[in-house]
Design a binder for this molecule. Structure first.
Ligand SMILES: Cc1cc2nc3c(=O)[nH]c(=O)nc-3n(C[C@H](O)[C@H](O)[C@H](O)COP(=O)(O)OP(=O)(O)OC[C@H]3O[C@@H](n4cnc5c(N)ncnc54)[C@H](O)[C@@H]3O)c2cc1C
Length: 242
């Protein structure tokens, strides 16, 4: 359920096609601890509805959070957040979710995101960078989008990959021909690039439900990922251990 919070918008900026970045200063309470990979439940005014948004910023940034919101002009939560101006306040509960970064091991990691699912992964990558963990293990980040201008912060991710030889950023586009990176479904790109036996790896995945399920099935069936090491708030693979 999390803590009931009030925050104030301190930055509202479009950062890629159809994606808004909101920076929110916590007013009441002024600080809430959370783990990289958790999310908030936004109360949409004048409705009984709640919409969920991953916290896109690192937990090290005390007293503020960032959200990345995909534009949906007919969606209640999305259009409300797009309408907010700097200085406006909003209400939400945080932190929520169990698919956060596991810090009890140094397993290799595969991150997979589609569209606004990149928000969930962003928090974990910023945190791993800040805590100097990107050098300690192999990390592959697969980001699927339709076109290049929908990719979230590709320059930042490419720079990290240049700086850290064990961090790999692999964007894949499904609907753009004039592009010299990977094309097609992210599951096919994963199949091609990743090793056969990934039994010692952890997976974090966000995007549409069908995409997350397809990624889980591909990795468990073809790459030997343990179902209990697949983390997503949208889909939990069945474990055979019960
Ligand atoms: C754990 C989690 C984390 C998430 N993180 C993010 C994130 O970081 N960023 C992000 O952008 N999204 C995220 N989402 C998705 C987000 O919660 C919302 O689903 C999304 O913003 C749409 O919600 P909404 O309130 O804007 O739209 P809703 O009002 O719920 O509507 C959803 C869609 O249905 C349509 N619709 C509504 N009512 C009707 C009707 N009567 N008839 C026909 N169509 C209708 C709307 O037009 C809209 O396209 C996350 C979801 C989960 C579960």
């Amino acid at each position: 359920m999390g803590a009931s919070c009030t925050g104030e918008v301190v930055l509202s900026e479009m950062i890629s096609k159809g994606i808004l970045l909101l920076r929110i200063k916590l007013l009441e309470p002024q600080s809430v601890a959370f783990k990289a990979g958790q999310y908030i439940a936004l109360s949409v005014p004048n409705t009984k509805k709640q919409s969920y948004y991953s916290i896109a910023s690192s937990p090290n940034r005390d007293g503020e959070i960032e959200l990345l919101i995909k534009e949906d002009v007919t969606g209640a939560g999305s259009s409300y957040l797009f309408s907010l101006q700097v200085g406006d306040s909003l209400h939400f509960n945080m932190p929520l979710g169990t698919a956060f970064l596991q810090e009890d091991n140094e397993h290799n990691i595969i991150f997979v995101a589609g569209a606004s699912g990149a928000s969930y992964i962003r928090s974990m990558i910023h945190y791993l960078d800040e805590t100097k963990q990107l050098t300690k293990r192999d990390i592959y980040y697969f980001l699927g989008a339709r076109e290049a201008d929908e990719l979230l912060e590709p320059e930042f991710m490419h720079q990290l990959a240049e700086k850290h030889s064990r961090f790999h950023f692999i964007p894949a586009l499904s609907e753009q021909e004039d592009w010299d990176g990977h094309t097609g479904l992210v599951t096919d790109v994963i199949q091609k690039i990743m090793p056969e036996n990934m039994v010692q790896w952890d997976v974090y995945c966000a995007g549409s439900f069908p995409m997350v399920k397809a990624v889980a099935e591909t990795l468990i069936e073809h790459k030997n990922i343990q179902p209990s090491r697949f983390f997503s708030d949208l889909y939990t693979p069945e474990t055979k251990e019960a």
